[in-house]
Design a protein around this ligand. Structure first.
Ligand code: APR
Length: 240
């Protein structure tokens, strides 16, 4: 009996999808990197040099993420709906460390840059749920040492997570969608070319403005994520 193969979809999201939920992006004029120096808060060297500054930076972001006014928006919800209703595979790859995709109901999800609501032992690599602040003096559950617990986020100069799984999915997908990312940080900025490599995938960019990688896409949709993502998902589902 002939088995119908449904097209596979890979969705890449960036900070722009969470902006309308109240979380700053990184490179917009009011972005995080306009107020903080990357070299002071988001590198392994910074953590060695001044762990208190780094922990304060992520503790503040974790507190904000857990505040009641921060919730998934219609763009997150539409993508969870796509995963539920699409006949084929949908893999969500996010650069975001917030938990808004999960809270919207997305399950097949890779946090390639880590997760704010988790801590990691810098010695053993073990990962723990973390809802509250990480304190400098607290002892790590696995090695019982103070100062080894760090945010489970990927800093500049470190290898993103689950790259093998991501590249395998890019190699077999039929549709690659990038949402709310400026395309300035690799390896994520190179995913569109990876998806196009086999000449198989159609590639679509959804963003409020043109980005550094816009010319690499077959199609672009411009507008705020909370408007264009639900529209685009409905259009996709109506075709299948
Ligand atoms: N709807 C759609 N797109 C938006 C919206 C919105 N409401 N608001 C902003 N954008 C777009 C911006 O135009 C920009 O292209 O989202 C993008 C955000 O870009 P960045 O701030 O560079 O965020 P991102 O691409 O996710 O950054 C990648 O860099 O700092 C590191 O590790 C961090 O994961 C992050 C990585």
């Amino acid at each position: 009996m002939h088995q119908q193969i449904h097209p596979g979809v890979v969705v890449l999201t960036g900070a722009g999808i969470s902006k309308e939920s109240g979380l700053h992006t990184f490179r917009d004029p009011d972005g995080i990197w306009a107020r903080y120096d990357v070299e002071e808060v988001a590198t392994p060297e910074a953590f060695r040099r001044n762990p208190a500054l780094v922990q304060d930076f992520y503790n503040a972001r974790r507190r904000q993420l857990r505040s009641p006014e921060i919730c998934p928006n219609p763009a997150h919800l539409a993508l969870a709906d796509l995963e539920r209703r699409w006949p084929g595979e949908v893999l969500m790859v996010t650069q975001n460390i917030d938990d808004l995709h999960e809270r919207a109901g997305t399950r097949n999800l890779i946090h390639m840059h880590g997760e704010l609501l988790k801590a990691r032992c810098a010695r053993s690599g073990r990962v723990y749920e973390r809802l509250g602040d990480i304190k400098l003096e607290e002892r790590c559950p696995c090695c019982n040492l103070a100062g080894t617990l760090r945010p489970h986020v990927v800093w500049f100069g470190e290898m993103p997570l689950e790259m093998g799984r991501i590249f395998a999915a890019l190699g077999r997908c039929d549709l690659f969608i990038a949402i709310g990312t400026s395309g300035q940080v690799h390896p994520a900025a190179g995913f569109v070319e990876e998806a196009r490599r086999g000449g198989r995938a159609r590639t679509v960019e959804l963003n409020v403005e043109e980005t550094a990688i816009s010319p690499l896409f077959h199609e672009r949709v411009t507008g705020a994520a909370t408007r264009i993502v639900p529209e685009y998902v409905e259009k996709l589902l109506s075709r299948h």
